[in-house]
Design a protein around this ligand. Structure first.
Ligand SMILES: N[C@@H](CCC(=O)N[C@@H](CS)C(=O)NCC(=O)O)C(=O)O
Length: 206
């Protein structure tokens, strides 16, 4: 049994979009939980099994899986016919797994560091900076039109996320901006975002 813990308008929307793109909605029970929000609203939800009270959390037969990259690897491996990732064990799958790890370990931290105006030699040595990460994105998209090449994949869902949320933080690079727009224009993304906005409204009204 698979259960996804989700909170509206948060990082877990990437997993909802993935589920929609994969067409595996019938296999996953989605539970909406609250999280503490930056504006002081919300709060940790005792129903959420994430060890830090965050979202997303995927529970598979009692095992708790957190971190979007890991959840994406798990779901795309469990449902290999969905077309959202290369076949497990192929060189392309290795590249796909690389993008998952690179997002979590490099792109998002570098994006946050830039937004926070923080720089430190230890951070720069370990993860470089947003500009360097953007150069890598640009190089992948030059071969594009998607991160993995000709085919849209879960790598696009994960990697375009911060730019979809924070347009002001999106690099002034037509290749990247057009890619973000293409990701946002996907019917699955539009549907999930509209549903999520409604969920957020009812949460605020509650
Ligand atoms: N590294 C995690 C980050 C998860 C995360 O930070 N989620 C935010 C939502 S956008 C959250 O749950 N925040 C609530 C909190 O900080 O307690 C991932 O990629 O899944």
């Amino acid at each position: 049994m698979l259960t996804l813990y989700h909170s509206p308008e948060s990082r877990s929307i990437a997993i909802l979009s993935l589920i929609e793109e994969m067409g595996i909605q019938d296999w996953i029970d989605v539970r909406v939980v609250t999280i503490p929000r930056m504006d002081g609203s919300g709060g940790r939800d005792p129903a959420n099994p994430h060890p830090e009270g965050k979202v997303p959390a995927l529970v598979h037969d009692g095992k708790v899986i957190t971190e979007r990259g890991a959840i994406i690897l798990h779901l795309t491996s469990l449902f290999p016919d969905s077309g959202m990732a290369p076949p497990v064990g192929t060189p392309d799958w290795g590249v796909f797994a690389m993008w998952m790890a690179w997002y979590q370990g490099v792109l998002e931290p570098a994006f946050i560091m830039e937004g926070a105006g923080v720089s430190h030699p230890w951070m720069t040595a370990a993860i470089r900076d947003h500009k360097t990460a953007v150069a890598r994105l640009h190089a992948a998209l030059e071969k594009g039109p998607w991160i993995m090449g000709a085919q849209f994949s879960a790598a696009d869902i994960l990697l375009h996320g911060p730019y979809a949320w924070f347009p002001d933080g999106t690099p002034d690079d037509p290749l990247i901006r057009d890619w973000v727009d293409r990701c946002k224009a996907r019917p699955a993304s539009q549907k999930i975002r509209a549903e999520d906005a409604r969920r957020m409204e009812s949460l605020r009204a509650a």
